[in-house]
Design a protein around this ligand. Sequence first.
Ligand SMILES: *[C@@H]1O[C@H](CO)[C@@H](O)[C@H](O)[C@H]1NC(C)=O
Ligand SMILES: *[C@@H]1O[C@H](CO)[C@@H](O)[C@H](O)[C@H]1NC(C)=O
Ligand SMILES: *[C@@H]1O[C@H](CO)[C@@H](O)[C@H](O)[C@H]1NC(C)=O
Length: 476
Amino acid sequence: MEPPRRRTMIWVLCAALVASAASTEAIGVNWGTQTSHPMPPKIVVQMLKDNGIQKVKLFDAESSVMSALANTGIEVMVAIPNDQLEQMGTYSNAKAWVHENVTGYRDVNIKYVAVGNEPFLKSYNGTFLKATFPALKNIQKALDEMGSKQIKATVPMNADIYSSPEDNSVPSAGDFRSDIRDLMVEIARFLSSNGSPFVINIYPFLSLYENPNFPADFAFFDGGGRSINDKGTKYTNVFDANFDTLVWALKKAGISSMKIIVGEVGWPTDGSKNADVAGAKRFYDGLMKKMASNTGTPVRPGPMDVYLFAFIDEDMKSIQPGYFERHWGIFTYDGKPKFPMDLSGKGNGKYLAGASGVEYLSDEWCVYDPSARNQEAVPRSMDFACSNGDCTALMGSSPCSKLDRSGRVSYAFNMYFQMKDQDVRACDFQGLAKITSRNASRDGCLFPIQIVNAAGRSPAELGLLMLPWIAVLLFL
Ligand SMILES: *[C@@H]1O[C@H](CO)[C@@H](O)[C@H](O)[C@H]1NC(C)=O
Ligand SMILES: *[C@@H]1O[C@H](CO)[C@@H](O)[C@H](O)[C@H]1NC(C)=O
Ligand SMILES: *[C@@H]1O[C@H](CO)[C@@H](O)[C@H](O)[C@H]1NC(C)=O
């Protein structure tokens, strides 16, 4: 028999092993705030805690959010929006930013500073090409000088900075886009030599959305569809293929081992054909299982560092890329889980926990009155309501998209009325609308009641995108 002391030592060793296995990369989330009615940051932080989420990625450094994250231990990636990149090219501005938004939050566990967000997207037409690298260098220099050397600056990139696996190429053929190759190589080398991670956003949903011939199963993780054979390495999902395309592009730049973070990955639940709860559930179930297994990708096996996009729906995101933009959340605008989701990926029966303590406006809805005179004003009123509210749920595949004409008009009116904090003046529409206390939800389509506006900013400040919402009516 072994002496007891030795046995104790073995136990200590086992415990240490278990602990180290449990502390492999945890799932992080993106917390965006382009919402008309943000939940109080304290409630959102409690949601992070209740769901065991230890890492959060932000898109700016809003003080109410940063303050709510203080003393929580939650790891934070704070960010500089693209429109401030040029300013950061002047060192004193970069220093001021770091002073206010990093040094100023000593109790926040800031780990990274994201300098810009997907600045090299093709659709930006090169607007941020010149400003990004100088901003990155200045921010890192300021971090180093102000004694925050362990905090790393990086630039979250979109996957269209490199050739994609949809172009019928294999991951090992991966390289940076030719128009930005030299710049990308310089940036990657800077990040690598500084010990900063490369942050990449990967969207299998967009592969499917943008290409009608894309094999749908390849967007998910349960196989069964197309696979890519890359000189003997088999890829059964586009996520892995995409990630390894980057690994190969980095290799060609002479970088073989830098840390790579997936800054955004997710699946929207409404606003387009493949955007629905069933698709999101299938995608996330597969992703979480993959994360739990720590298999990584064929070229980069092992734990992955991943941030889901997104934590909460944002009803004021630009819908230029598509109506689905306002439906990326794993939680609704008011903090309800959209479907049972197991973040552990282990099937332990523990699902997302919703928000508590959310305050709602009164049980009042604004609905269309089909008996009102002035019916010829319906299209114009609908256009107005949709341009200033949110009609994206009418444009997707949810039950709301199947409402009849009067249901659609009511939905649009109600969304505008809620957006305006149930102001009676926001439920007129030239006499076509009336307020009711009877729940207007119908045919499986939820007519929401807004929450009490925590930030107190008006939707107009956020600048809504005017689109010809007349299209919503034409869809009838
Ligand atoms: C700090 O961040 C906030 C929020 O993103 C921003 O408005 C402000 O301009 C930043 N401070 C400086 C000095 O740049
Ligand atoms: C980029 O160019 C296209 C086509 O000229 C234009 O429609 C779009 O508004 C431009 N985008 C930006 C961000 O400048
Ligand atoms: C209205 O009805 C829907 C569908 O039955 C329900 O989900 C929702 O909670 C109700 N809203 C309120 C405020 O009672």
